[in-house]
Design a protein around this ligand. Structure first.
Ligand SMILES: NC(=O)c1ccc[n+]([C@@H]2O[C@H](COP(=O)([O-])OP(=O)(O)OC[C@H]3O[C@@H](n4cnc5c(N)ncnc54)[C@H](OP(=O)(O)O)[C@@H]3O)[C@@H](O)[C@H]2O)c1
Length: 447
């Protein structure tokens, strides 16, 4: 441990020196003068905690390294703690230790913030210090700051985005190269864009943690990650992606946090009832004309809609060591500046929201089914839709020998009604198989 620094210098401990912590440490060590010149604050790296302290770290002097993250977080010669270990334990304990010792904390840990952000924020407020987590959502994109600070007074009613680069790469590869899901996943793994166990990405867990954090910031609430409705991209078929394209759409894994009690400009909702929201992750058809449709490969983007700001989109690298370290550095500079002015930055007020059940969600749908090519089939299928009040916007029929494939787009309908229609369709003898069933984004115009 180095001797205490001068008062004008903010002493930083970085816990974790992996993909993100490594580049951050090197920025702090190699560019302290540049950071000071640009940001007006002198940051001094005084300690780095890792799991295996005996392993040499490129560009990080051995005397800074320790294997004891908790002691480093509590050390009196540290002013600000950066947690880049990941996961719940021991990250949670070391953050609590730092906050209890009155030190601001910066983290990129979406899993921890989504699961325990509310209690950690309360601990930070009690200590009168910052808990900042820009890097936890969409890596280098300054999204948390935009929602927390720039849009602090805005009546935001929808945040909709692509917040997982792995799945966006897989879907882009399927769409553009016409390959199956498995092949696109293998390609992502070969390029290091997907883990060997891709569950967190492809089942939507990663995006669910991020959208829970976004909902909390957008609607000024604590949104529990368990309440996020989650569907991943496993099982998505190339044929549905190809049909979607023909119909004018691209399939994306969307993270959506929206007010369901507000229908547009001028609608403030019912102040007595409080906000009602829907927070969810699922694949959806996005019109080619929507800005999110052009987000390709491993890029992320988030589209925000609100009363006065109208529509805005933030786009960039959602992951990667250096881009994410850049977002962490921004938070670190904020925390260090706030230390010198004597208090934490903006706290997000917390109100209670009600979650609309997914069955009551209203949107348009894409449905693809194989039926026997016989007279009367279309009538029976149309009756199933009509029984549940689901109105068909368009239908396309493709002959397949003895069978036919029907592709429907519906008008906006209640999800429960669409599910009931699907149950009825599956009971019909002439329906061989109900294949792709996907929501359509941006179908509000006929709600
Ligand atoms: N990678 C990205 O693109 C990205 C993007 C956005 C957010 N994030 C978030 O940033 C955080 C860090 O991610 P990462 O990709 O840098 O992870 P990583 O490469 O796995 O690095 C983790 C680091 O933590 C250290 N560590 C593990 N257990 C420890 C313990 N008990 N005590 C002290 N150190 C310990 C490891 O030490 P060893 O080096 O000795 O193994 C390693 O240096 C995560 O919360 C992640 O979700 C990452």
């Amino acid at each position: 441990m180095q001797p205490p620094a001068t008062k004008s210098t903010v002493r930083v401990a970085v816990l974790g020196a992996g993909n993100v912590g490594g580049p951050l440490c090197r920025m702090l060590l190699d560019d302290a003068d540049g950071i000071e010149a640009r940001a007006g604050v002198r940051l001094e790296l005084v300690g780095v905690a890792v799991a295996n302290p005996s392993r040499a770290r490129q560009g990080i002097p051995a005397h800074l390294i320790t294997g004891d993250a908790k002691s480093l977080a509590a050390n009196r010669s540290v002013d600000v703690v950066v947690e880049l270990i990941g996961g719940i334990d021991p990250a949670r304990v070391v953050i609590e230790t730092a906050l209890e010792a009155g030190k601001p904390v910066v983290t990129g840990n979406k899993e921890l913030i989504a699961a325990h952000g509310a209690e950690l924020s309360r601990a930070a407020a009690r200590a009168g210090v910052d808990l900042l987590y820009e890097a936890a959502v969409a890596g280098a994109i300054p999204l948390v700051r935009a929602l927390r600070d720039s849009l602090a007074g805005e009546n935001v009613w929808r945040v909709m985005g692509i917040v997982n680069g792995t799945t966006n790469f897989i879907l882009t590869t399927m769409a553009e190269e016409g390959v199956a899901y498995e092949e696109a996943l293998s390609e992502a793994q070969r390029l290091g864009l997907a883990e060997r166990d891709p569950t967190a990405d492809v089942e939507g867990f990663d995006a669910a943690a991020k959208v829970a954090i976004l909902a909390g910031l957008a609607f000024r609430c604590d949104f529990p990650v368990e309440d996020v409705h989650r569907e991943g991209i496993v099982g998505l078929r190339g044929i549905d992606i190809a049909f979607a394209d023909r119909l004018g759409y691209v399939v994306k894994l969307l993270a959506v946090a929206e007010r369901t009690d507000i229908r547009g400009p001028g609608d403030g909702g019912d102040p007595e009832a409080g906000p009602e929201v829907s927070v969810r992750v699922h694949p959806a058809l996005v019109p080619h004309s929507h800005p999110l449709a052009s987000v390709r490969g491993s890029f992320n983007a988030v589209f925000v809609e609100g009363e006065s700001c109208g529509e805005l989109m933030l786009y960039g690298r959602g992951a990667g060591g250096a881009p994410t370290a850049s977002a962490v550095l921004g938070d670190l500079i904020d925390a260090a500046s706030n230390l010198s002015t004597g208090g934490p930055g903006r706290a997000v007020p917390r109100r209670t929201v009600v979650t609309r059940p997914i069955e009551d969600l209203r949107c348009a749908w894409y449905l693809n089914m194989d039926v026997l090519d016989r007279p009367g089939v279309l009538g029976a299928v149309a009756t199933a839709f009509g029984t549940h009040g689901v109105s068909i916007r368009s239908m396309e029929q493709v002959g397949l020998g003895e069978e036919a494939r029907l592709i429907f787009l519906t008008h906006v309908a209640r999800e429960g009604a669409v599910r009931a229609t699907l149950d009825d369709l599956r009971q019909l003898d002439m329906v061989e198989h109900v294949g792709g069933v996907l929501r359509v984004a941006g179908g509000d115009e006929d709600a």
